[in-house]
Each structure stands twice: as C-alpha cells, then as structure tokens.
Design a protein around this ligand. Structure first.
Ligand code: MN
Ligand code: MN
Length: 318
C-alpha cells in the first residue's frame, strides 16, 4: 500500500472555517466514512458501565468533541502540525447495543476498533471509563505484548470488583494476563490516593511494572520522569493511556474518581511532549465526566491532552 500522505486531503474544517461553526467533530476534523482514507481516527467510546463509583464518563466524548473545537493546528513548542503529517478524522462513536452488560459492551468496542485497525488506522480514543482500554488493546495488539505508558492516579490493576473482572479498576491486569501488555515495558505515573486494599499496587510492583507514585514524580521532576518512561518502553510498540484523574482536581474536577495532590496541567503537557519519537500504536484519554465539570475546564483539559497526544501519534505514524 502506498504511504498515505495528507497532501491529497482537503484541509480539515478547523483551518478553513470559524471554529464555532458546524457539527463539532473531534478537533473539527472530517467524519470518517471510509477508514482506508485515513491514518489516525479519533474515536468516541461513550461507555461508563464499569465504574466503581461515580458514573458520567459516558458523556465524555460529546463534551470532548465540543471542547476540542477550541484546538488549533500548529503546536506552539514542537511546531508540529499533525494535519500536515497525517490524514486525521473523527471515527464516530462505538455503537453500543447492550449497555447494561460489560463484557458484550467490551466486545462491541473491540470489533469497532478492529475495523479501523484492519484498515491500517491508528486510534486515539476518547472515553468513557478506563475499562475501555482493555477491549481496545484486544483490537490492536496482534503481534505479541506491547509497552504501556499509563498516566493515572490509579494503577487499574485490581483483580475484581463486585464480582466483575472487567471494571475500570482492572484493564491493565487483564491486559497482562492476555499477553497484550508487557509488564517489563509498562510504566505507571501519578499514582496516589488511599485504597481499601493494596492489592492493585502490589500486583503492578510484583509483575514488574515501573510504578511512579506522585511523591516520586515530584521528587524526580518532569524531565527525569520522561527519561524513565523512555527507558522503560524503549523503541518497541507502545500504547499510551491517559486518565484525566491523573491531574489534580483543581485542574480537572470533572471525573468519577478524583484524587487530590495530582499533576498540574503544564506538568502533564510537558510529560506528553517528552514522549516524541516513541513507537506509539494508539492512545486514549479517559474518565472525563462532564456532570462534575462545573466550568467545562475538564473537557478543555481533556481535549488539550488529546491534541498533545495527536501530535505524538502523527509523528509516530506519519
Ligand atoms: Mn484509570
Ligand atoms: Mn484513575
């Protein structure tokens, strides 16, 4: 297949029209009808049936689409314009038909993402609760386990909650068990907050993941944390998963499981910018829950993180 370029695609509407006009697709990109014509798809996953506490992330994709219309094109630090590097579109939302059942819903996520993966399209997902990452990995990891950069207040490696093994507290444990993730090439950054059991923290440590609690992050500083992340994942294929609750609720209150004492917005941006040049195969931003987002700032922060990640993906794919 010839290398795809952005040359033969119309400019995205964000470049040609006022940003407040038209139906708000992600970043005001084209809505994808044929995945074969795109390199990167931004896909909504409006599902929060697997939360352990406050629901609401099912409304994340719609608010992220709206807030993302504030995003422009050229990154002010890296000067990357992802739309010049890749053909980027809005892949629509996963269409759920059995929202009250976690495992069938996860199957629907996997088949939706597999459709894009089989067309050679790299996904940037907008959650949804964090349980969605596991079925996404099932769709896109086909040639042995991948590395993971996971930015979150929580390790999400707990085994079971209320009789389910597929809650938003478990995706990375399931990913290791299914040989989708290489724990030796996994780093978790920003971990904090009291738990009722240390089981998830212990699992991550014992299985060989590199876990940077927020105290260590603050001691290391952003640059050293970036170096550690790059050392852990190396050059191999790597997935990037960004839980908005990694940020302090001062910056991102609109989420189901907030934990105080987290990252600032600029720390998160600098952390992401430090990941340029890695071999990224996909990414997500999850757990934006607009009902708790009194000012809309969480959706803006989430959309901005998506833009930062989009720039990384474009360089990785393009
Ligand atoms: Mn999470
Ligand atoms: Mn979390």
């Amino acid at each position: 297949m010839p290398k795809k370029t952005a040359d033969n695609m119309d400019l995205p509407p964000s470049l040609t029209a006022p940003r407040y006009m038209d139906i708000p697709t992600f970043m005001r990109t084209h809505l994808i009808t044929d995945p074969a014509e795109f390199d990167i798809a931004i896909i909504g996953v409006p599902y929060d049936g697997a939360v352990t506490n406050r629901p609401g992330a099912r409304h994340g994709p719609r608010e992220l689409r709206n807030a993302s219309s504030l995003m422009r094109t050229i990154h002010h630090v890296t000067r990357v314009n992802p739309y010049e590097v890749c053909r980027i579109g809005d892949g629509g939302d996963v269409h759920f038909t059995r929202v009250y059942e976690i495992e069938p819903s996860h199957t629907e996520i996997t088949s939706y993402f597999a459709n894009f993966h089989e067309a050679g399209v790299v996904p940037l997902a907008a959650g949804g609760d964090h349980s969605i990452t596991f079925p996404i990995l099932r769709a896109i990891v086909k040639n042995g386990p991948v590395g993971l950069i996971h930015i979150d207040a929580h390790t999400d490696t707990w085994d079971e909650f209320m009789g389910s093994r597929y809650s938003h507290g478990s995706p990375f444990r399931r990913g290791v068990e299914e040989n989708l993730l290489d724990p030796q090439r996994t780093i978790q950054i920003g971990i904090r907050g009291a738990q009722t059991s240390s089981e998830g923290w212990d699992y991550s440590r014992d299985i060989g993941m590199r876990v940077i609690f927020i105290e260590e992050f603050n001691q290391l500083g952003v640059e050293a944390a970036i170096a550690e992340a790059r050392r852990i994942v190396g050059d191999g294929p790597t997935y990037l998963s960004f839980d908005i609750d990694s940020l302090d609720p001062a910056y991102a209150p609109g989420t189901g499981t907030p934990e105080v004492g987290g990252l600032t917005s600029i720390q998160a941006q600098e952390l992401l910018r430090g990941l340029r040049g890695l071999n990224l195969i996909g990414a997500d931003v999850v757990e934006v829950a607009p009902a708790y987002d009194q000012t809309g700032n969480t959706a803006l922060v989430g959309a901005t993180m998506m833009y930062e990640i989009l720039c990384l993906l474009a360089e990785s794919v393009g």
